[in-house]
Design a protein around this ligand. Structure first.
Ligand SMILES: Cc1cc2nc3c(=O)[nH]c(=O)nc-3n(C[C@H](O)[C@H](O)[C@H](O)COP(=O)(O)OP(=O)(O)OC[C@H]3O[C@@H](n4cnc5c(N)ncnc54)[C@H](O)[C@@H]3O)c2cc1C
Length: 388
């Protein structure tokens, strides 16, 4: 393993890989990316639903989406790796006057930034997503350029292109300490030796708080907490299934139940409001009946479906559900790309580009105030309301 590097990136998920890739495009190739697992993309990145959308409530997140989706549309040409991107749209179902009101503001904001979002009624929603029961739906929003892509493909694409440019990827290697001298990063200790460096990127996903604690004698408080989220897969039935043939993503906003076709089967999930922070990713099978109770009201075919498998992963959640992108000013050379609160995969292209610009001292052309660590010092202001 290399003993010195210009930059050490901690974490080989979509964020770490994206930062590595974008740094190489800015001429920085003396990089070590350190991942404690045997493979890249086995953390949150490898357990997510693949959803990619413009439809956020917060201008900064919408801007991340606009840049990221444009990048994903040309990913194969630009990065040289397939990502199975299907832009069959995201459909949000709204059943209460307060949700409709919230989305009126969101859609106005999205359109003001140039996003093409439509208002539709329940009947049109049911035509877009055959099998859907749109009973009680007061209104719905649809954006055709939203969709789903392969998180593993995006991460491996970034990582392989970065490696081809000279980045060293160290798997099966855990970061155990960060040495800070005169308030500046000096080295990273790992289970396979020390790497002297002046720049560390914390891309440890749900473990961002732990990496922050390692930075110097007092450490840096990185306010990211892990929340378990489940995904269930319904097997393809023998009959043609009574669910959409397209890859449209449908989200019942009031309940957070969502689904999209996955191969010949169906991927679905729902938030559990009673979940408290945990690193446990054991599947709670007793949560499935609660999901099914809600799910069959929107997608009756699930009543007869057999569930072939399930997994759980961790959301990395900040107090305002907005990410942290930029320097941690207390310790020179320590940078954050954390806390994407359940929507990080889709924002990894833009987030990695922005952090790479910040690291090399270029103007990122992006107002990073909503994503700064300092924003929490003055209390939590407005963040992202549409965390699903
Ligand atoms: C069920 C579920 C569904 C989701 N659905 C979506 C979706 O539809 N769309 C979307 O955009 N996002 C979604 N997300 C969120 C998305 O997966 C995350 O925001 C994103 O993957 C975060 O990427 P990351 O690289 O920061 O973290 P990770 O992928 O977790 O990568 C961090 C890496 O750091 C490594 N690491 C940690 N500590 C150390 C250490 N000490 N030394 C070395 N390595 C270390 C870990 O092993 C891990 O590989 C979902 C998440 C879950 C759990």
């Amino acid at each position: 393993m290399k003993r010195t590097a210009e930059v050490v990136i901690v974490g080989g998920g979509c964020m770490g890989a994206s930062v590595a890739y974008h740094l190489t495009r800015r001429g920085v190739t003396d990089i070590v990316l350190v991942e404690r697992e045997k493979m890249l993309a086995t953390g949150s990145t490898g357990r997510n639903a693949g959803g990619v959308r413009h439809q956020f409530s917060n201008a900064a997140n919408i801007r991340l989406s606009i840049e990221s989706i444009a990048f994903l549309e040309h990913f194969a040409d630009e990065v040289g790796h397939p990502i199975d991107f299907h832009q069959d749209g995201y459909l949000f179902l709204l059943s209460s006057p307060s949700s409709v009101e919230t989305f009126r503001k969101n859609v106005a904001l999205q359109r003001s930034l140039g996003v093409d979002v439509e208002w539709i009624d329940g009947a049109v929603a049911a035509r877009l997503a055959p099998g859907l029961n749109a009973g009680g739906v007061a209104a719905a929003t649809f954006c055709q350029r939203d969709g789903i892509a392969d998180p593993n493909g995006v991460t491996m694409g970034f990582a392989k292109a970065a490696q081809a440019a000279g980045v060293s990827v160290e798997r099966d290697t855990e970061v155990t300490a960060i040495r800070v001298e005169s308030s500046r990063v000096a080295a990273v200790e790992t289970t396979r030796g020390t790497i002297e460096t002046r720049i560390v990127v914390n891309a440890a996903g749900p473990y961002a708080r732990q990496i922050g604690r390692m930075a110097g004698p007092r450490g840096i408080v990185v306010p990211v907490d892990p929340y378990r989220r489940h995904i269930f897969i319904a097997a393809a039935p023998n009959q043609p299934p009574a669910w959409p043939a397209s890859r449209i993503m449908v989200i019942d906003f009031e309940t957070t139940f969502y689904f999209h076709r996955e191969g010949a089967g169906l991927l679905f999930g729902m938030g559990d409001p009673s979940e408290t922070p945990t690193f446990d990713t054991t599947v709670q099978w007793d949560f499935l009946p609660q999901v099914i109770d809600v799910a069959v009201k929107r997608l009756p075919a699930l009543a007869d479906a057999s569930i072939s498998h399930a997994w759980a992963g961790l959301y990395e959640v900040t107090p305002d559900a907005n990410p942290l992108i930029g320097p941690a000013h207390e310790v020179g050379g320590f940078f954050l790309i954390n806390g994407f609160s359940g929507h990080g995969f889709q924002h990894s292209p833009a987030a990695g580009r922005i952090l790479a610009d910040v690291i090399v001292g270029r103007d990122p052309q992006f107002d990073l105030a909503p994503f700064s660590l300092e924003r929490f010092a003055s209390g939590v202001a407005s963040g992202e309301r549409d965390m699903v």
